[in-house]
Write a protein that binds this ligand. Structure first.
Ligand code: ADP
Ligand code: ZN
Ligand code: ZN
Length: 739
């Protein structure tokens, strides 16, 4: 029997399902799981990944083809296994899931084009080190001795960093005291470090020490080769208020994992918004850290990938896609700010990086450590919770005032205007959060009531004053700001609501000082080019005083020591979404913003929450900093309504030119699921969804107690319906654990 490789071709078509068998010639005898092969397929050549090796095949010998060759580097076998799990878990295909774990640059072209930059590196020879060590009687100038000393102490250095010019180095090389040679240099991605920290670990607070203890115990058990039978004992939730020093706990846990000979995965929601966390890992662990993120060039990403795959770097830091880092011997998986929706991927496969990280930890017998000031009820329910209740600086959390906006005539409450005035007079800083970008939410005609909607989507167009346009936030459709009503011709057009752009102007007005800096941070200003977000954050950090205004971006994990005022405008905006996470999101938003105020400086800061629903439980709990009360109530509500974590949700969306087709497809899916997804499952819908990009939509939601059975039956139903007559006119997608 010849050796056979089962190969999954890398294509995105759902119709083509591998794996396919190929006979391995002698030259490819060592091919294993994860090897990438160029294979003949239906008259073409495709790139494929070996998912299994075997000697059995049903393909008759004369039809068995041989691969054309291999493509380096191979994917670690563990990641192939991970991809197969993702394909099932998220109703996708193995081929699509494999695209997630490929080395950067592979997959599209047959081979990643790597250009390695070479630099001239100087290294002291034995003779050179001896000269330095015992002050041997070589005749050296002071400058030459200093160069040799540095090379002896710091190891090889790029020629430009030795302190000598090329001529000087060549003379020393000629005397056999150092060698000069060109070497490939790693393209080190630079992450702008806002407020970079010292590389040394501070002494931990008592709470931090207590938090670290069970984590270190679990890591010790791993190192001793006795991880214990119960994986649940190795899964931790670090629930610590903002500023309680969670990152320091991550850093020391990571150091322990490295010391145990294991590698570390660190996930952050978004690199641009987490430069401090990344910088702290780099400052502490140096070249052991590889940073993976989408803003890197392909070559840089490939370099970082190789550093990890070869074991030269042992800590991978990055956003959700970094969960696929080729780390061998994983010992610790960290998920920072675990409540962030950014961990959910919105393309097929619709994976959740938090769940994937948990799977990788289980696969490798590693410790899982997720952290947040506002953890998800799911995590509170499933993980061992460790608390950090105090800020490191010993300050209390700032008092939060809820401002009732039901009778307000102006987007800024009088108390807010007053507080802003205080900030200006005292030359302090404020952060103002508005949940919507643009100028105003929608336009209407004062005469006939006409509302300007997107022609492609059932949503109102948002006014963007600076671009003189009204725009759709779903499809990008744009028109000029109307001078008159298209329906009745009236020139009286009302602007409703306030977005970041308008608030920026209102703030300038309230502050009454054109020299007081106001910086805006939202998806529009972020588009101003690579690094725009980091630059804005850096400018705010460096400024002596000022206001940072923006969307949720301003409430993410930054640590600015001198913010004395935090304001949330329109705090209930998230509550108005018909979504079971609305309460959770609102609580997190207010609590996270509150956490930005009152760090350092005198006074504990002040937080103002403007809202139309002052009694909403999430807002009331956040104002009291009552995470426990909120989580207990939320878990109770979810249990009563059978929402996660007490059931899994699967959403099936059908979109088509005609609403009738979308609904018919959803009906057909529903019929096939009913009864097969486990008796405890409930199928809700079909319900119409608002139109997007000219496509009508209909959706089903499955609430499943038996997750595996339900996912399998939804996957089978979607595949079957996609092949029917109506299914061919409809785009079907299944989303497990929708956000
Ligand atoms: P969190 O992630 O919980 O919001 P951080 O880890 O960012 O908190 O810590 C808040 C601040 O306190 C940071 O500036 C950090 O450097 C500092 N810090 C953390 N732990 C200690 C410690 N044990 N001693 C002194 N400073 C600390
Ligand atoms: Zn009109
Ligand atoms: Zn649109």
């Amino acid at each position: 029997m010849p050796p056979i490789a089962r190969v999954e071709p890398l294509t995105t078509t759902r119709a083509l399902r591998g794996p396919f068998d190929y006979r391995l010639p002698a030259a490819l005898a060592d091919v294993g799981v994860g090897t990438m092969l160029r294979v003949p397929f239906a008259g073409r050549e495709l790139l494929g990944v070996v998912v299994e090796r075997t000697t059995q095949t049903d393909v008759p010998d004369e039809k068995l083809a041989e691969p054309h060759g291999r493509v380096e580097p191979a994917i670690p076998a563990e990641l192939v296994e991970l991809a197969r799990w993702i394909a099932v878990e998220y109703c996708s295909t193995v081929s699509r899931a494999l695209q997630l774990v490929l080395p950067p640059g592979a997959g599209r072209a047959a081979r990643p084009r790597v250009r390695v930059r070479e630099v001239l590196v100087a290294e002291a020879t034995d003779a050179g080190r001896a000269v330095v060590a015992d002050g041997a009687p070589e005749r050296l100038t002071e400058r030459q001795r200093a160069v040799l000393e540095r090379l002896a102490a710091d190891g090889p250095l790029p020629a430009t960093q030795t302190g000598a010019d090329h001529g000087g180095l060549r003379r020393l090389a000629g005397r056999g005291l150092l060698v000069l040679e060109p070497r490939a240099q790693r393209r080190r991605p630079l992450v702008q470090a806002v407020g970079a920290r010292s590389p040394h670990a501070p002494a931990l607070t008592r709470e931090q020490r207590a938090a670290l203890e069970p984590i270190l115990a679990a890591l010790d058990a791993l190192a001793a080769g006795a991880p214990g039978a119960e994986p649940a004992a190795r899964r931790f939730l670090l629930h610590g208020v903002t500023g309680s020093g969670k990152t320091e706990v991550y850093l020391q846990a990571a150091a322990a994992a490295l010391a145990a000979g294991r590698s570390v995965l660190v996930l952050v929601p978004e690199i641009a918004l987490a430069p401090q966390t990344v910088a702290r890992f780099q400052a502490r662990f140096g070249d052991t850290v590889a940073v993976l993120h989408s803003q890197l060039g392909q070559g840089e990403r490939y370099d970082e990938w190789l550093q990890l795959a070869s074991g030269e770097a042992r800590i991978a830091v990055g956003p959700r896609s970094a969960v696929f880092a080729p780390l061998a011997q994983l010992g610790l998986a960290i998920v920072d700010e675990e409540h962030e929706p950014a961990y959910k991927h919105e393309g097929d496969p619709r994976y959740d990086a938090r769940r994937v990280a948990a799977y990788r930890a289980r696969q490798a017998g590693a410790v899982l450590l997720v952290g947040s000031a506002t953890p998800r009820p799911e995590s509170v329910h499933a993980l061992r919770r460790i608390r950090l209740t105090q800020r490191v600086d010993g300050r209390p959390l700032p008092p939060v005032e809820v401002l009732d906006m039901r009778d307000a005539r102006h987007p800024l409450h009088p108390t807010t205007r007053e507080a802003l005035g205080d900030v200006r007079r005292a030359e302090r800083k404020a952060i103002v959060l508005v949940n919507r970008r643009g100028w105003s939410n929608f336009l209407s005609c004062r005469h006939c009531g006409h509302v300007w909607d997107c022609p492609q989507c059932d949503v109102a167009l948002v006014l963007h004053q600076r671009e003189s346009a009204i725009a759709c936030h779903h499809c990008g459709h744009r028109e000029r700001i109307p001078a008159a009503c298209v329906a009745c011709g009236s020139a009286s057009v009302a602007r409703h609501g306030a977005g970041t752009e308008r608030i920026e102007t209102e703030l300038a007005d309230a502050l009454g000082d054109p020299d007081f800096p106001i910086l805006r941070l939202d998806a529009d200003t972020a588009r101003a080019g690579k690094g725009a977000v980091a630059r804005t954050l850096e400018r705010f950090d460096q400024a002596a005083a000022g206001v940072l205004v923006g969307t949720q971006m301003v409430a993410k994990g930054h640590d600015f020591p001198d913010v004395t005022l935090g304001v949330v405008l329109d705090a209930d905006q998230t509550l108005r979404f018909p979504d079971f996470r609305a309460e959770e999101r609102t609580f997190a938003l207010v609590a996270q913003l509150a956490g930005r105020a009152g760090r350092g400086g005198e006074g504990s800061g002040r937080v103002l929450v403007q809202t139309l629903s002052p009694e909403a439980p999430s807002i009331a709990a956040a104002a009291k900093h009552d995470a426990d009360g909120f989580l207990a109530g939320e878990l109770e509500r979810r249990r009563a309504l059978a929402y996660p974590p007490f059931a899994s949700l699967i959403r099936v969306t059908c979109s088509a030119q005609e609403l009738g087709d979308a609904t018919a497809a959803a009906e057909a899916v529903r019929e096939r699921i009913s009864g097969r997804a486990g008796a405890e499952s409930v199928v809700l819908g079909p319900a119409p969804l608002f139109r997007v990009r000219g496509r009508e939509r209909s959706q089903l939601v499955v609430k499943a107690v038996r997750r595996r059975a339900a996912v399998a039956s939804v996957a089978a139903a979607v595949d079957a319906v996609a092949r029917t007559a109506v299914g061919r006119r409809v785009q079907l997608s299944a989303d497990v654990d929708p956000q």
